[in-house]
Design a protein around this ligand. Structure first.
Ligand code: NAP
Length: 343
């Protein structure tokens, strides 16, 4: 450990608020816990959840709080706990010093992170740390949601809001790969063209077209089998008009604000199933997370799943502020990442 610095740079907040609360932090070098993998971060993914913390929508235990929830880089120290080293699931990950990994960790916008081993995933050969940081959260979300929240089947018709977003382009590819039809919504013709090139069959420009009417036209008036809705407040009501009898609405996120409380009786009209899952609860156990991230790595490595990076932002307060502004401002097409260090 002696060759490591005593302090690290990170980007985060000391209070909740608008974009300008994001600042550069100097933090102690992360303590190496016996069950953790220590990672030198190359890239970190930017997610809506960072903005939910920054605004105070999700609670924060203490300040200073470094932001970011997913990172990719190289292993610089391994766990030392005997129980961990003898764990069968641990051995299956085949971690080694210098190995390239992606990880879930709160405070990912930092030079080094210390992460419990079961939240660290080896990257397959040929998958860079840049792609790893860009693909982990969104890829695992899409893979688990189309399998567990609603198991997409050949012949289904599926509606995805935010089809041109980080999550949306992955939904388009993997739903299509299952032999289902993808209907997406987005704001601009430019975004629609890109979504189509990633597999969306029909893209509705919700600012110019009547989304409900178009979806009903495309489904012979029956509605879709499932809806993946990352917009939230603005689209929730209309989802009930576009879902078919016994269909499934998956509330994926809050890009336009959280869905307000509603009466369960709302579901009886069509016997609708409604879920509000998080990826973290689908890849909770070491076995679940290994299974899904291994599958994700395979899909990326063999080219089935293409990760489109909108842009990479600098590792500075201004860089993260701009990344958040562009993400919540609907300006991004694909994934937003921060470059923390040269790989
Ligand atoms: N549940 C989970 O575990 C989980 C995991 C990851 C992400 N998510 C959620 O999934 C959603 C998408 O995440 P993402 O990172 O892939 O983002 P994204 O889709 O790349 O960006 C959000 C997009 O939402 C659309 N949008 C529609 N109404 C909006 C509004 N009022 N304000 C801002 N954007 C609006 C914009 O696209 P258009 O221009 O096309 O309208 C914008 O580009 C977010 O709600 C996020 O919280 C959930």
């Amino acid at each position: 450990m002696s060759s490591f610095p005593s302090k690290i740079q990170a980007i985060g907040i000391n209070k909740t608020g608008d974009f300008d609360v994001i600042e550069k932090l100097e933090l102690p070098f992360p303590q190496q816990e016996p069950g953790n993998v220590l990672i030198k971060v190359h890239y970190a993914g930017v997610n809506f959840i960072d903005t939910y913390y920054r605004k105070g929508l999700y609670p924060i235990a203490s300040f200073p709080k470094p932001l970011g929830s997913e990172a990719a880089g190289e292993i610089v120290a391994l766990p030392t706990d005997e129980a961990v080293l003898n764990d069968e699931e641990y051995k299956l990950r085949k971690f080694a010093l210098g190995g390239k990994v992606a990880a879930y960790t709160m405070g990912a916008f930092a030079e080094y992170v210390s992460v419990p081993w079961d939240k660290v995933y080896p990257l397959p050969d040929g998958v860079s740390t840049k792609t790893g940081a860009a693909g982990l959260t969104q890829g695992a979300t899409v893979l688990t949601f189309i399998t567990e929240a609603y198991n997409v089947q050949k012949g289904d018709i599926i509606l995805v809001h935010t089809i041109a977003g980080g999550l949306g382009l992955l939904f388009a590819q993997l739903i299509k790969a299952r032999g289902a039809t993808v209907i997406g919504t987005t704001s601009t013709p430019e975004k629609a063209e890109i979504a189509k090139s990633y597999g969306a069959d029909h893209v509705i420009l919700y600012k110019q077209e009547d989304t409900v009417q178009r979806v009903l036209e495309l489904t012979n008036g029956e509605g879709v089998h499932a809806i993946f809705d990352g917009v939230g407040k603005d689209t929730f009501e209309a989802d009930f008009k576009m879902i078919r009898r016994k269909g499934t609405i998956v509330s994926v996120g809050n890009a336009s604000g959280a869905v307000p409380p509603f009466p369960p009786l709302k579901l009886v009209e069509k016997n609708v199933r409604l879920l509000r899952p998080t990826v973290g609860n689908y890849i909770y156990t070491p076995e679940e997370s290994r299974r899904y991230t291994t599958e994700l790595g395979r899909l990326i490595a063999d080219g089935t799943l293409k990760i489109r990076i909108h842009a990479e932002y600098p590792f500075s307060a201004e860089g993260v502020q701009q990344a958040q502004k562009d993400l919540v401002g609907g300006k991004t097409i694909g994934k937003v990442i921060v470059k923390v260090a040269e790989p």
